[in-house]
Each structure stands twice: as structure tokens, then as C-alpha cells.
Design a protein around this ligand. Structure first.
Ligand code: 13P
Length: 249
């Protein structure tokens, strides 16, 4: 069965209650593109209000703790996300790997906790600029997969997001050929690590400066099953064209 395109907005640390209107407009427009799965990952504070404003919408976290509860001031556990109606969470975003020192083992533990709580997972990988320039990007990303993919999982519930760090928020994007090569290498690694069936099922998203102008080209690249979008997911006027580009493929 063909993999459905998956277009996910990561709002990062952006959005007050006043932004719920944008989410409502985004999910309303998504209904016109029924062949594409659309999700938004707002800050923790907006998850519950967003679900209340748009019942049935796929709304998720941007991170979760690996433990189910405990003395971890400021953290949110996967069962807490599920409890308020979230259906997914991102783990391993480079802004957490780099900014909060998360290791592959930490990311793996978070992914396993999220799956165990019934959440779908988007597990992020991606290389820094110097690694891309040294020609080691594929090896770097495959090592991240080796270290952070859960040992056992339902392939339909775990997606990989390839986000080259140097492309995030910069307006720089890899060539379509480089994206296709990386995604192909990731799928081959998934086949080796999780089996051919899992690799055929799993969606691999591209993230990093996706916008309405480049979405069709990036989403059309080989082995690209969707997009993880930062800045251009904050408003319907910018995000809906990306959803439409996914639906047109
Ligand atoms: P931008 O789309 O703003 O480059 O962010 C990408 C990203 O980090 C999504 O998780």
C-alpha cells in the first residue's frame, strides 16, 4: 500500500491562545485534502486548547520525558500527553539534541515511552553543517538511527524526520538529489534494522526551510513521504499551500 503523505507543523516555542484560529483554519483546509495526514505540534500549553477548538484533529507534543512520572521539574511525560488527547509527539529534534544535550540513547528511551503511552512518534535525525561539508552526512545520520530507533515498534506508528541542522530556519535547503539520497539511505538502514516490511511502511519526512514555493519539489523527491515544517506552519496562509502540494502528488 502506498504511504500517505504526512505534513506536520512544529510550532516550537511559538503561539499563544490567540493562535488557535490559525490552527482551526489549517485543519479546516486539511479536510479538503483528505489524501494527506496533517498534524500540528504546538507548545504544551496549546495542546489541550487546540484539541478542544478542533475536535478530532491530530495534535501532538514536541518532546516528552522518558519516565512516566517523577521528580523531573519542568518536564512532561508521554502518558500526560496521551491523557489530554495528544495523538503523537516529536522526539529527538536537533534543537533538543544540541540545546539540551540529548543523546541517541535518550531519544530512544523517549520514543519507547511515547509508543508505550499510545502516541505515534516522529523521531528526528540530521547532521550539522560541518558534517555535511566533510562528506560524512549519511554515515552521521545512519548512526543516529542505529542509536535512537526503538528495539521493537509498530512501523505504522513511527516516522523518521530528516532535518539537516543547517537547513533549519535558514532558508537553505539541500538539493533534491541530496534529499533523495539521504532518504534512500535511511530507508535501507530501516530495512536492515527493523526489516523490509517495516521499512516499506515507515514514513520518512523532510524538514528544514520547507515553504509553499519549494514543497512540491521536496515532497516529490524519492523516498520523501512528507514534511516537518517549522516557521511556515505557524499560519494557515503559509502552511495550507504545503498541505496542498502534498495532496497534489
Ligand atoms: P523551519 O521549517 O523553520 O526551517 O524548521 C524546521 C524544523 O525544525 C521543524 O521541526
Amino acid at each position: 500500500m502506498a504511504r500517505r503523505k504526512y505534513i506536520v507543523g512544529n510550532w516550537k516555542m511559538n503561539g499563544l491562545l490567540a493562535a488557535l484560529g490559525e490552527a482551526a483554519a489549517i485543519f479546516a483546509a486539511a479536510k479538503d485534502h483528505a489524501g494527506v495526514d496533517v498534524a500540528l505540534c504546538p507548545p504544551f500549553t496549546l495542546i489541550r486548547p487546540m484539541i478542544a477548538a478542533v475536535p478530532g484533529a491530530a495534535v501532538g507534543g514536541q518532546d516528552c520525558h522518558a519516565a512516566a512520572s517523577g521528580a523531573f521539574t519542568g518536564s512532561v511525560a508521554a502518558p500526560m500527553l496521551a491523557d489530554i488527547g495528544a495523538t503523537l509527539t516529536i522526539v529527538g529534534h536537533s534543537e533538543r539534541r544540541e540545546g539540551f544535550g540529548e543523546s541517541d540513547a535518550d531519544v530512544q528511551a523517549k520514543a519507547e515511552a511515547a509508543l508505550g503511552a499510545g502516541l505515534d512518534v516522529i523521531l528526528c535525525v540530521g547532521e550539522p553543517r560541518e558534517v555535511r561539508e566533510s562528506g560524512e552526512a549519511v554515515d552521521y545520520v545512519l548512526a543516529q538511527i542505529a542509536g535512537s530507533l526503538p528495539a521493537d515498534f509498530d512501523a505504522a506508528r513511527l516516522a523518521i524526520a530528516y532535518e539537516p541542522i543547517w537547513a533549519i530556519g535558514t532558508g537553505l535547503v539541500p538539493t533534491v538529489g541530496d534529499v533523495a539520497a539521504m532518504h534512500g539511505a535511511i530507508r535501507a538502514k530501516l530495512a536492515e534494522q527493523a526489516g523490509e516490511g517495516a521499512a516499506r511502511t515507515m514514513r520518512i519526512l523532510y524538514g528544514g526551510s520547507v515553504n509553499g514555493d519549494n514543497a512540491a519539489e521536496l515532497l516529490g523527491a524519492g523516498d520523501v513521504d512528507g514534511a516537518l515544517v517549522g516557521g511556515a506552519s505557524l499560519t494557515a496562509v503559509k502552511f495550507v499551500p504545503i498541505i496542498a502540494a502534498g495532496a497534489a502528488l
